[in-house]
Write a new protein. Structure first.
Length: 435
């Protein structure tokens, strides 16, 4: 394979190079940075585009945080309004968080009728695990073998999908989400793996407090999970006395286009849900959604207080996101765009023996690169295509065990008119990254 990357680092300004050096000297050289060999400095953003310090405008087909569009005026107005009016923490009575909580909880099944506000997905997952421990009296956690749920110490003990020095906790067991494209693993083998993990947790005296999972298994590379797996997994966890926690940080808020929540697309109902990233369109905002039967006993025994969460400004940001999704029909738009995207990607990958087809659901798509000779995952070609896409003016990313799956997860505002631009860039990128 020869990667064509026409990036001309000399083109980047001296200001850009200085900023990189200054960043390294204050944050250190190992702080993650996309396009690390030639980082993109973003100076402004609007809608579904960002502008770089190189003067180029890029189409954003990667970022889910600016869910309703970068710098959306209604979100900015809502935050500014609340910041200018009152922005006290949750121990005073204010109306904005309550209005928002009511609107948000209306989007869930009636069993999920309470919420905690947090500032991030990590905080929310940490709290959900704590709630599960409290509720079940067990400590064991089941986690997929290539996943990421956040950066707190409790979450590091169950992180399998990024580099880290800490070992998995003694109370943690992993399972592999099956992919129906990989025929060597049957549904019954996959569920037997879950049985074995549960039995091991029980033998170790941990029991099962929860399975924590992303309904789309995004970090894992968007496997095509066979019918019956989610039902089987959830039933086993519940039979062991544990809870099912759906981490909707990536899959929520209409990402799948057909459904508001990823768990609906994956056809299961979690006992608790965790929200983050797109929730505040860039304003730090996360949440745990849980039944009163879990929240109330926990809150009676524990004072959970979080200074910056539940503020009027955070709630206003979240509420504005829901209102814009509605007023701009963003899920309908996502349905239209994702249909066009999928059709276009399928045509482009057809007959290309480096790619195993198009994965994912709605506005979360993945394409896996393999070595055509051996079928082995090919992260380096995937990287070359991500770089070529950037050169062709479109931002995408990578996921998967070997970072071999292209990750296309644009703001939900990405419209049908944007799709052909991204497809054209993809066609040129595939062409430029030769076998
Ligand atoms: C599925 C999932 N859960 C949780 C998190 C953590 O969220 P945050 O970075 O807001 O703490 C992430 C972040 O990438 C994530 O992808």
């Amino acid at each position: 394979m020869t990667a064509t990357n026409s990036s001309d680092t000399t083109r980047r300004s001296s200001g850009h190079r200085d900023l990189l050096a200054r960043r390294e000297s204050v944050l250190g050289p190992n702080t993650p940075l996309f396009y690390s060999e030639d980082p993109l400095q973003i100076v402004s953003a609007t809608g579904v585009t960002v502008t770089g310090s190189d003067g180029r405008t890029y189409l954003d087909a990667y970022n889910n945080v600016p869910h309703v569009g970068h710098c959306h005026p209604r979100v900015i107005e809502a935050i500014t309004r609340e910041m200018s009016r009152v922005n006290v923490h949750s121990r005073y009575l204010t109306d904005t968080p309550i209005d928002y909580a009511e609107a948000l909880l209306d989007l869930f099944p009636s069993s999920l009728d309470r919420m905690f506000f947090t500032n991030s997905g990590s905080e929310a997952n940490d709290l959900a695990l704590r709630l599960a421990r409290f509720q079940t009296g067990h400590t064991g956690v089941l986690i997929s073998d290539h996943s990421y749920h956040g950066n707190t110490q409790a979450l590091m003990s169950l992180t399998t999908g990024i580099k880290m020095s800490e070992p998995l906790g003694d109370h943690v067991r992993t399972f592999r989400a099956p992919d129906s494209r990989v025929t060597s693993t049957s549904l019954s083998d996959s569920l037997a793996q879950v049985d074995a993990a549960i039995a091991d947790l029980e033998r170790g005296g941990h029991g099962v407090s929860a399975v924590l999972l992303d309904p789309l298994f995004s970090t894992e590379g968007l496997p095509d999970v066979p019918d019956g797996y989610m039902d089987g997994l959830c039933a086993r966890v519940r039979a062991a006395g544990g809870l099912v926690i759906g981490d909707e940080v990536q899959s929520g808020f209409g990402r799948t286009a057909e459904h508001v929540w990823g768990f609906q697309a994956a056809a299961f109902v979690p006992d608790m849900v965790v929200l983050g990233k797109p929730m505040g369109n860039g304003f730090p905002l996360g949440a745990v959604i849980a039944p009163a039967g879990i929240v109330e006993p926990f809150s009676a025994a524990n004072t959970y207080f979080n200074t910056f969460a539940t503020t009027p400004a955070a709630a206003a940001a979240g509420h504005a996101v829901l209102q814009v999704m509605d007023s701009e029909s963003l899920m309908e738009r996502a349905r239209e765009s994702s249909t066009l995207f999928r059709k276009g990607f399928e045509e482009l990958v057809h007959g290309d023996d480096r790619l195993t087809g198009v994965r994912g659901t709605g506005m979360f798509m993945g394409m896996q690169f393999v070595d055509p000779a051996t079928g082995a995952p090919d992260g380096s070609t995937a990287k070359a295509v991500v770089d070529a896409m950037r050169e062709n003016g479109v931002l995408i990313g990578r996921v998967g065990r070997h970072d071999e799956v292209l990750k296309i997860r644009p703001p939900l505002a990405f419209g049908p008119a944007d799709v052909p631009i991204a497809l054209d860039a993809f066609e040129r990128s595939l062409e430029s990254v030769k076998h």
